[in-house]
Design a protein. Sequence first.
Length: 171
Amino acid sequence: MCDPEQKDLYAVLGGSPSDSLQQLRHRYQQLALKYHPDRLGGENSAESSVKTFLEVDAAWKILGDQTTRREYDLQRRAQELKQDWTVDSTVDLEDMTWETDGCECSYSCRCGGTFSVSKEEVQEETQRRLQELNEQEMHRGAQSGVLVCCDTCSLTIYVTWSLNKKMHMSK
Ligand SMILES: [Zn+2]
């Protein structure tokens, strides 16, 4: 069996990231009923059913809560991007260097090339994330991020920043 931590929680519930909370809840309930240890007869393999039940339950604990679901979505998205593209590393925006004109910030690639993000890009993504978030999440220090390609080689980095600190950029 695969390591449960590697499993896609949506797949565990038989759903997809575009499912609404209600749809996921419905799927969870169906699966929970099917695999609930109390409902097993002697012929079922109790051990694997219990394992499935626990996985389904754990997946729902994360996906059933809006805040943890969003955190998971973000992690999942970063994971996916890492798989599709060669993401070299994750870099905090604060570790990047703002160009003197303040419109762009850059980071050196190990090939000698440069990764650069424009202030506009950062602001747009920040706005987009802010619209998704509720106040509670803001207080917990939500993050945003964009993928940036090297201007010379095929490497990509994931640049992240804390939404609470976005004011730093308007200085
Ligand atoms: Zn490069």
